[in-house]
Design a protein around this ligand. Sequence first.
Ligand code: ZN
Length: 304
Amino acid sequence: MTEPIPAGTTERAASVPLARAPLESVLTVDVEDWFHILDVPSAPPLAEWAEMPSHVEKNFLRMLDLFSDHRATATCFFIGWVAERFPHLVREAAGRGHEIASHSYAHRLVYQMTRDEFYQDALRARKVLEDIAAVPVVGYRSAGFSVTDKTQWFFEALAEAGYEYDSSVFPAPREHGGMHAAQRGPHRVAAGSKSILEFPITVADLLGRPLCFFGGGYLRLFPHWLIRRMSHRVLGEGRPVVFYIHPREIDPAHPRLPMGLRRRFKSYVNLRSTENKLRRILTEFPVTSFRGFRSRHPELAEAC
Ligand SMILES: [Zn+2]
């Protein structure tokens, strides 16, 4: 297998070569509520979350039904706080065969935490989820893909907190960090005496600029034909597409947080058409969870 990349490196190195081209892409959900939007002054602090009117329960259950309609299996990255408040959502997802993974406990940006704060938060989230789901939780995704070149302790702390893989690296410039020089395919990153398997967020070049067409604002903004074309291009390059979606994105009627024009556009554009777009993607592209993808690609396993 390919040697792990030292955590601090900014060099682009080869991804772990997959033994065969991926036929499946990876479907992921960040299970959070409509008010878990980052870097907006009007977003409530953790102490006020319990008083907010919650929509995650009905939206996530509807999303699970949508996945069932398409026989799609996903990795569900739960905010630990959401899991504690709505444990039946974790059990329902696990019962339907989806993978339970961690989206931190308190949804704080990695680069705004110390190494120890990050470690404690990641550990707490894993324990909360494992207690509820009664299965090992080994996957992690940070709030806002906020791993950067400046948080070089991230992978080692994540391994110490008991995780095996991560899907937090955005391999292009972006508001919440991004690692410009990170490679695009699955790869291993050194993490002390261990290594973490990294599945970066999928980007593809459009007019020379790396963009993510496969989740968040761009998935809602871009037309379906372009997302389909870019997905085929990524698969043609031997990488799985990592799709990501939030429960609030299939609920156009969810409450809005006050914010500036630019953020409002990015947070709320095309909410009405997102469910249909997601259904078309699930009709056209076979998807699985990270657990499923890893089981079909043993070459991604850590060498003993
Ligand atoms: Zn999030």
